[in-house]
Design a protein around this ligand. Structure first.
Ligand code: HEM
Length: 196
């Protein structure tokens, strides 16, 4: 689809956005503890064991995706919260002890550190939280980043900051990454790495 084709129907999508994908949020909750979906610079005020009720207000996508000018929550985000927060909270409570990270932690030490398993979990983490967001960010840039005036996203967010994995700073399995890897999370990712 070339850019002009996209631009002919783009506005018809407003305020809908992939941002309103409840499945995307549920996959995140299935994958790790809600604590690791809290905006990274706010995590210091919480502990992993805190109840989802206490953590949900501070999730990265509820904090990061705001209107460019006002920095207030977008209409798209408010609509999404109204419709899906109760069910997301229910899923978060249901998967508190059985999300993938918890299942991994409950494995016997030797099994847990099986090199093949660790490599697979690292691959999943990097695909979900670096490679896919980066390919998606590059797609959005291709279609929305026009000179001199970039186009507003259909969901109305500060997409240029928000969508970059180095800003979202989501890692499902921090135990599987070195400090250096965490510090360069989402940075210096080569086109080869993300297959474009
Ligand atoms: C031309 C193609 C696309 C463009 C320009 C685009 C643009 C955007 C933008 C700007 C956002 C940020 C929220 C907003 O302000 O709207 C977003 C979020 C999102 N989009 Fe897309 N998108 C495209 C295609 C897709 C496709 C094909 C998918 C699904 C397979 C998708 C899934 C998502 C998801 C899940 C989010 C939320 C991401 C997050 O919170 O980190 N998008 N998209």
């Amino acid at each position: 689809m070339d850019r002009e084709q996209f631009l002919t129907f783009r506005t018809a999508l407003t305020p809908a956005s992939g941002f309103q994908s409840a499945q995307y949020r549920i996959i995140e909750i299935y994958s790790t503890d809600v604590f690791f979906l809290v905006q990274k610079d706010l995590r210091g005020s919480f502990i992993i064991e805190d109840a989802p009720e206490k953590l949900m207000e501070f999730l990265y996508w509820r904090r990061g995706a705001v209107e460019m000018e006002s920095l207030k929550k977008t209409f798209t985000l408010r609509q999404f919260e109204e419709k899906y927060l109760p069910s997301l909270l229910q899923v978060a409570n249901e998967y508190r002890e059985k999300n993938l990270r918890q299942k991994w932690l409950k494995m016997a030490e030797t099994e847990r550190w099986n090199p093949e398993l660790v490599a697979t979990m690292r691959r999943f983490d990097h695909l979900a939280n670096v490679e896919w967001p980066l390919v998606h960010f590059r797609t959005a840039t291709r279609y929305l980043d026009r000179k001199p005036q970039e186009l507003a996203a259909t969901g109305g967010t500060n997409w240029k900051e928000y969508m970059q994995p180095k800003n979202q700073q989501v890692t499902f399995y921090p135990e599987l990454w070195s400090e250096a890897e965490e510090q360069s999370w989402g940075k210096n990712v080569t086109k080869e790495q993300i297959g474009i």
